[in-house]
Each structure stands twice: as C-alpha cells, then as structure tokens.
Design a protein around this ligand. Structure first.
Ligand code: CA
Length: 670
C-alpha cells in the first residue's frame, strides 16, 4: 500500500509519485526567457512582439482593429531565436488602440489563435490582447499611492469578498453594483441609513480586503452582462488583465484596468490594503488554454501516460516546478504589485505549487514592498505528479519564508467539520475539540501545554511562527457561518446562533496568527444553505444589507473584535518563543469540563499596555465555572458584549461563572 498523507482538508493523498514524473524529462532541454518584454513592448522605436514557444514550427502575429470581431488587417511572421526559445516581430509604429493574437504551428498544424499568456489588456471576453498605454490608465495621485504599511503579518485583519456579493443588492445603495467602482463610492447607505460599501469597511475596522479572483476569468459572458451571470472566478483565462464583467465597459480594454486601479486607490486612501486571490494552479480550459496554445504540453503537469494530471479538481494543474512556469508566476505577481499596487496575494490550492516557487514569490514581492502578505491554501484537491515534499503544503509551511497558510485545524474544530453540515464544533457544544482549538490559539506553533498528537487534523506544530497562520471559521467555500449554525443547530433560535457566531469569531480574533473573515458575516449574512455557490445567482450570493440594522448587536460585536485586536498587541505576537512564554493555559480537565478553554496572555505580552489578559471560552450550552487569580480585573467581554476599553465592569477573581456559549475576556491593567 502506498504511503498516504493527510494533505488537504480531509483528503487522503496517495503518494503515487514521490519521484518526478518521467513526462517532465522532455522539457529539460527547453530554453527559457523571463524578460519583461515578453509578448508585447511598445517604445519609441515601435511595437514589438516576443512569444516564448521553443518547439513551435512557425509562429505569427495577427493584428486587429476590434477586440472580438472582424478580420486581421495584418499578419506578421515571427523570427525564432533558439537561444531563448522566443519568436519576435516588430512594426515601427506605436499600435495603441489595436488588438493582436498569436498563432503557432505545432505538429504540422496551425493551432487556434491566442492572446498569449502575458496579455495585460484584452478585448471583450479576453479573446484578443489589446495594445494600450498603461500610463494613461492611472488615476489622479497614483504616483504617490501606497497601501497600508504592515509591520507584522499578524497585524493584518482580512475581509474576503466577492465584488458582486458586496454591492449588487439594492440595499447596498451603491450605484456601480458588482463593479470595481463599487468600492470607490463614499457615503452609501442602507435604506435604514447605515453605512455600506467602503464606509462600512472603515466602520468595521478591517485592515485588508481580499477580493475573490479579479483577473480575467472565463465563465461570465462579458458581452451579455444584462444576463446578470455570477461566478466566483476560479476559472482563469488571462492572468495579467482584470476581469471585464467588473468594469463598466468590458469592450473598452482601458476601462477594466483604470477602474481596478481606482478601486485600489480608493481603498488605499481609506487605509485599507487590497489582497488578490490568484489561481495560477490551473486553467479554465485544457487544450484550449492560452498556455497550451503557446507552448503545448509545457505549462501543465501530466501523468507519464500523457493524461493531464488534476490536483486542482478542475481538469488540469500547472507546473510551477518547470522554470518558465515558475518565472511566469513570480513575474505575474510582481506585475500586479507594481502596476496595480496590490498589497497581498492569496494562492488558491497553493500546494499544487512547489515550495521553491512560493519562496521566490515572497522574496521578490518583498523587494517591491515589504508589506505584501502572501498566504494560501496549503492543500491540493487531488493527487499530483509533484513530489509531496516539494508541495507548498500546510505541513511544509516551515520550509517556506514569509508565506502563511489557512488553519483548517481551528476552522473545523470551532464550528464542526466543513464537509458535514450537521457536525458541531467547540463553539456549538461538541466535546473533543478542545486540543485542536488550542492548536489554533497558538497558531500551530510548538507550545509546552499543547498536545499536538490530539489534534483532529494536524499532529505536529507545523508553523515556526504565528505569521505563518491565517485563522478563520468560514470563507466563500462551504457554508457561511450563518448557514452552518442553522444546519448544525436546527432547534436553536437565531439569537442563540448569533451567540455561537460571536464565540466562534472571538476565538478567531483573539488567537495568535492572522484573523480572516468572510464578507457579510458581521451582519449574519447567509447563502440560503447553498455551500458551493460558485455560480449561484445573486438571490443566493448577494449580501442583503438590511441585515445590518436587524443584526446591529452582532455587527457591533465584530467592530469590538477588530478594535480590541488592533489596540492590543498581546493578540498579535510575532514569534513562537513569545507565545510559548506569554500564553499560558489554565489547567482544565476536558473530561469533566468539556468545551471550556481558559488562558492568560501574561506580562504585557508583545508590549501590550495590559499586564495580563484572561480569555475564557465556553462552548458548552451550560454555564461553567473557572477559578481566576484574585486581582483587579476589568471586563472586556461578557455575555455577548465586548468593550475594547474594558469598561463592562470589574471583577475580583476567584470562582467565576461563564455564561453558556460565550467568551469572558478580562484585563488586569497593572
Ligand atoms: Ca472574463
């Protein structure tokens, strides 16, 4: 029986391929090229094309007046440079306003036209690349635009959102519904007069918005936007151009570029960073992808029998372990950071990539802006020819530098397993998850009081530093927290479910590592019980902002969580040693008192102004008693209320009762 490894969120991956695929051997002789003039460069001497395609028999450029209709007005043959595998052609004019495609002859036949893999602007539906002057797309003040400075990644508070979810509902009061520009509109409100849009984000207190895929993706027909199509966007088409359906005019190649920059600028002006979800791990199409149409066989992995391997679960996977693909990923994120001032990247199914590529991604981005945060899903969705020890897995995160992974440990332990809707977790009264929650609290770093062998998912302290961990209880995948609570607590009232939501997010926001939340949870947003809503209509996915007044108490609690975390560095320690020294769990026998965790952040942890912070988490549906050291304690959170100023009253310690399904947080100021 083959060795297996728990590499994914519960997916067993057979180690069928500890050695590199023999299929790879054919590519070792390929010359590579990573200059920034790949595919298109316009300068004073004209317009220059350079396509990397080492094994093409012939290549040509087709020039068009229009982004998707009409015949080519000119076809240019290209000249091969065997030293670097590229084909070139030039014209002496600056061809701004025109469009182009490449075509290669492979195995004796001309393949379909492709905009290439480096199109930075495209016509409607991304079939043809556009020649535009990028400098003309910059909004006013762009030269001085900069995202928030991040000293430590544990200072970041992530808000994951889809453009359409966030603004498309009439209750958003936003004019540019479902567009990049939605995030540039100040002063928008719900019918009840509460802030929406960018003002809502400022009010909530998050530091970074994580936007679901916003590069050009395949599924939404940009020429028929009146159909109100919806997709998450995990079906990449052109990696270096923004998605057209989020622009006000997909037929104008400049508009999507300009409007995405306007969005970034508006968020930066509000002090909020922008993180992009990137999906370099696979392409929407197999043989029809731009990768295959420029360099057949090269960019994707295959099994030895020639079949596409499929670690993405979407039909194929890319090959970051090959030099040209490695360079492509590194140069593409650099491009987004340089041209669009992007502040972070979330790598989808990051373990499809090799650790070396991810390390180079982080190192190169750091040179551009040390505040850029890189994190990803440390798992795959299927087996891969890439050797397990090379995969950017959660379990391999300590082999990487400046890369963080999502903690599925905390996620599943707090609310119940993601794949079983009815399953409950620590915050909803199911015993047996205490040690795994503690793994989350210490950000999966080695801690003398945490027994990793009792962990549900991971069995060893896989993170060398809390900056390697992103904590969350829900995201766009799977049920929203609201739906999860409704399905796993079918008899409960929504007010009891909101108590559980508060407890669950209190665990996320007080744990070491970086907290992450899904847009709309702060107003108890649901998706009508649909867990895989990737192409569900707005009626499922749109956030109903009238919930903000109906669930004002919950929203205020979330505001309290962000404010508490921002004001208190004790929740944001920066090293495993600090956590092991300053975070001390109280002895609790989980057999006698299940669903109870109590710990202190001691001795002005990480320079905190508070001498000691006590966090007591009671996930049981009954009150529980803890013994707290005598002293002058001020109350920070109690019975579903929270005050970052610790002005909810005082306690003297001793035997203290914690209400069911709630967090008690106390502070000893000196
Ligand atoms: Ca598109």
């Amino acid at each position: 029986m083959a060795l297996t490894l728990l590499a994914s969120a519960g997916t067993l991956i057979p180690a069928t391929a500890l050695a590199q695929s023999a299929y790879d051997a054919q590519f070792t002789e390929y010359p590579t090229y990573s200059g920034d003039d790949l595919e298109l460069l316009v300068d004073d001497s004209g317009t220059h094309f350079r396509l990397w395609s080492p094994k093409a028999q012939e290549t040509r450029v087709l020039l068009y007046d229009n982004g998707h209709t009409g015949k080519a007005f000119q076809t240019l043959p290209m000249t091969f440079d065997a030293a670097n595998g590229t084909w070139t052609a030039s014209l002496p004019e600056k061809l701004y306003g025109k469009f182009y495609t490449f075509q290669i002859r492979h195995d004796g036949k001309w393949l379909d036209e492709t905009p290439g893999v480096w199109a930075k602007a495209v016509g409607v539906n991304g079939q043809r690349a556009a020649i535009i002057d990028l400098a003309k797309t910059n909004p006013a003040g762009w030269c001085c635009d900069r995202g928030p400075e991040v000293k430590n990644f544990s200072d970041v508070i992530i808000y994951e959102m889809h453009h359409r979810d966030f603004s498309v509902d009439p209750s958003s009061g936003i004019a540019n519904k479902g567009k990049f520009l939605a995030l540039t509109e100040p002063g928008t409100t719900t019918p009840q007069g509460l802030a929406t849009g960018i003002d809502h984000l400022k009010e909530l207190g998050i530091t970074h918005v994580h936007i679901l895929p916003s590069y050009d993706y395949n599924s939404v027909d940009e020429a028929n936007l009146q159909l109100n199509q919806y997709n998450w966007g995990y079906d990449p088409q052109n990696y270096n151009a923004p998605e057209g359906s989020y622009s006000t005019n997909p037929s104008d190649p400049e508009s999507r570029v300009r409007e995405m920059k306007q969005m970034v600028k508006a968020l930066h002006d509000a002090g909020i960073g922008v993180i992009m979800d990137v999906v370099y791990n696979h392409t929407a199409e197999n043989d029809g992808s731009n990768f295959e149409l420029t360099a057949p066989g090269y960019y994707h992995r295959h099994w030895d029998d020639g079949r596409y391997s499929d670690a993405s679960g979407c039909g194929n996977e890319t090959a970051s372990d090959r030099r040209q693909m490695h360079d492509y990923i590194v140069n593409s994120v650099k491009y987004w950071a340089d041209e669009y001032h992007i502040d972070g990247f979330r790598f989808d199914l990051m373990a499809i990539h090799d650790t070396e590529t991810m390390n180079d991604v982080a190192a190169e981005l750091k040179k551009i802006n040390p505040s850029i945060f890189v994190y990803g899903e440390g798992w795959t969705a299927g087996d891969s020819p890439l050797a397990i020890d090379r995969r950017a897995l959660k379990e391999n995160v300590s082999a990487m530098t400046d890369i963080a992974v999502f903690s599925d440990d905390l996620r599943d332990a707090v609310k119940g397993h993601y794949s079983n809707a009815e399953d409950r977790g620590f915050a909803t009264g199911k015993p047996g998850n205490e040690e795994t929650v503690k793994i989350g609290i210490v950000a999966a770093t080695a801690h003398p009081q945490v027994d990793f062998s009792k962990g549900n998912n991971s069995k060893f302290p896989y993170a060398k530093s809390p900056e390697m961990i992103v904590n969350y209880v829900s995201c766009h995948d799977d049920l929203t927290l609201t739906d999860k609570l409704r399905k796993s607590m079918p008899e409960a009232s929504d007010s009891l479910r909101q108590a559980a939501a508060k407890l669950a997010q209190t665990i996320v926001f007080t744990s070491q590592g970086t907290p992450f939340m899904f847009a709309g949870e702060e107003v108890f947003r649901d998706k009508k019980g649909v867990h895989n809503s990737y192409k569900s209509p707005d009626s499922i996915n749109a956030i109903d902002w009238t919930l903000k007044s109906r669930n004002a108490d919950l929203f205020n609690y979330y505001k309290g969580l962000t404010a508490l975390r921002k004001a208190h560095p004790a929740f944001r320690m920066t090293s495993a040693e600090q956590i092991a020294r300053h975070l001390v769990f109280d002895k609790i026998d989980s057999a006698k008192q299940p669903n109870l965790i109590s710990y202190s952040l001691k001795d002005n942890a990480n320079g905190d102004e508070w001498k000691e912070i006590k966090v007591i988490l009671n996930g049981a549906d009954t009150p529980q008693t803890v013994n707290i050291a005598k002293g002058d304690w001020r109350i920070v959170a109690i019975d579903g209320k929270i005050s970052p100023q610790a002005d909810l009253g005082a306690m003297q310690g001793g035997k203290t009762t914690v209400a069911p399904c709630s967090a008690l947080i106390l502070a000893r100021v000196k």
